[in-house]
Design a protein around this ligand. Sequence first.
Ligand code: CP
Length: 303
Amino acid sequence: MTNKSLISITDFSTEEILRILEIAEDFERHPEPHLLDGKVVATLFFEPSTRTRLSFESAANRLGGRVIGFSDPNISSVSKGETLKDTIRIVSNYCDLIVMRHPLEGSCRYASEVATVPVINAGDGAHQHPTQTLLDMYSIKKTQGRLDNINIFMVGDLKYGRTVHSLVQAMSPFNPIFNFISHPKLKMPKEYLDFLDSKHVKYYEHEQFNDIISEADIIYMTRVQRERFQDLMEYEKTKDLYILRNSMLENTKPTMKILHPLPRVNEIAQDVDQNSKAYYFEQALNGVFARQAVISYVLGLKK
Ligand code: CP
């Protein structure tokens, strides 16, 4: 499929996701520095980012493409009152692909409807972050040797954390077991639990996980998303509830890996970084290969 936007992870079939993971593996093994010769990628970031923007830009540059865009909407004409619709229509004239992050859920879908080039959602509010999911799956496959039958612990802010929303949907065909560990106010939203129920996927909800941590294949830690809280008192009450410490890892599986989409605040103690089970920095590197794969797939340069 060519010129296809990626807004929600469910926009891609399981076969397409598996194909993108294969393409990512090819790029990691055999870089293609001229695949994007003559192509321009626009990165429009209406919200802060380090990994997503820079790994997309690195991915495009390493494939021979050129990058335009902004990392702060205040330096664009959005600050003068230009609408999202006009911004997207104009930028469509200047590029072959738009990568966009925005605080409003649904904004990237809207952008894809007015754009004349494909749009990739680089995170829209608390909704979805599909390319993070592709690099998460790439990391799971690389570290576990498979995607099937993985017991995934998701810990922290499951309500506002968009990465976990995309990941539960994408992993659902692979017979996972999910253990959701959160404060009751930050539980996985009902829409995603209903999705898992409809696919007959097993999941369990907990407030603590010390006594079951030995069952985990993947521990996926998340940051409590301060920027999404209406009431900062609620944030203060929940922000430090789950801190993964090195001492907690003693009875975990030898093959278990710790993932985190990052940025981390303090939900993973610094002493975990030296543990061979910490994989979050390598996971961030995998973002370059996964995003090279997505860019080339949506542009029809890889099939
Ligand atoms: N994982 C992620 O989205 O990180 P950034 O906010 O730094 O892009």
